[in-house]
Design a protein around this ligand. Structure first.
Ligand SMILES: Nc1ncnc2c1ncn2[C@@H]1O[C@H](COP(=O)(O)OP(=O)(O)OP(=O)(O)O)[C@@H](O)[C@H]1O
Ligand SMILES: Nc1ccn([C@H]2C[C@H](O)[C@@H](COP(=O)(O)O)O2)c(=O)n1
Length: 223
């Protein structure tokens, strides 16, 4: 179970809403640790694909997830010793991650691994169920979102910036399908919790989003 001594800021939201960018900046500002929980689902999908395991096979993917040999070393993510930081970021692995994330056994296999990131002085964790399942006692929960059109445009520019081919229409369709799957699943669906602050960044830059979360944090911790 989550330690009550370690403060956690839970940042949940749909694909390409800016969770990772904003959560990492908030963590750096506070000197907190950072958890990219989506990376774990992406790793499970990649490891399953590499082992020839179908993303539809819940038992087999859960076994892969339980036995993942992962190391987070700064910007680099090592899977069984090899750097997969780029390999897990493809749109296809994103789709696979969303598919395997719908399985209860896979989520259970990754639960304690996520909670183990909570160390003093604190943690900023981003994903889809940080506030609902993984860290339900988080003193600050944020639902970070933006319109689908804005998110697709951001992803498009992000891919072009990485020198990857990108098609805005395909990205929009992919993102909407992924969000629909993440919201509709029966286990730990993506949703805005009643105790989460809504942060819609459709017309807000990264600096302003970071500042808003830090303001909420300081207000919540004012003595
Ligand atoms: N408020 C913002 N204004 C403009 N661009 C933003 C904003 N927030 C994030 N971005 C940009 O949008 C892109 C997607 O952001 P990011 O990867 O952080 O999203 P994410 O929610 O973590 O995505 P996913 O969950 O799909 O991995 C990045 O290029 C990032 O710099
Ligand atoms: N806490 C989480 C984090 C991620 N997922 C699933 C759903 C996403 O589509 C996929 C990839 O996540 P991303 O890297 O895009 O944040 O993983 C989830 O179900 N729960």
């Amino acid at each position: 179970m989550q330690s009550l001594l370690v403060p956690v800021i839970a940042v949940d939201g749909p694909s390409a809403s800016g969770k990772g960018t904003v959560a990492q900046r908030v963590a750096a500002a506070l000197g907190f640790h950072y958890l990219d929980s989506g990376a774990l689902y992406r790793l499970a999908a990649l490891a399953a694909a590499r082992a020839g395991v179908s993303w539809d096979d819940e038992n087999a993917v859960a076994t892969v997830a339980q036995t993942l040999d992962v190391k987070f070393e700064g910007e680099h993510i090592l899977l069984s010793g090899s750097d997969v930081s780029t390999a897990i970021r493809t749109e296809s692995i994103g789709v696979g991650a969303s598919k395997v994330a719908a399985f209860a056994q896979v989520r259970a296999a990754l639960l304690e691994r996520q909670r183990a990131f909570a160390h003093v002085p604190g943690l900023v964790a981003d994903g889809r169920d940080m506030g609902s399942v993984v860290f339900p006692q988080a003193p600050l929960k944020v639902f970070l979102t933006a319109s689908a059109a804005v998110r697709a445009e951001r992803r498009y520019k992000q891919l072009l910036g990485r020198g990857e081919a990108a098609d805005l229409g395909a990205i929009t369709a992919d993102l909407e399908a992924r969000d629909a799957r993440d919201r509709a699943r029966s286990v730990a669906p993506l949703k805005q919790l009643p105790d989460a602050h809504l942060l819609d960044t459709s017309a807000m830059d990264v600096d302003a989003a970071v500042k808003q979360i830090l303001d909420w944090w300081y207000v919540a911790n004012r003595r």
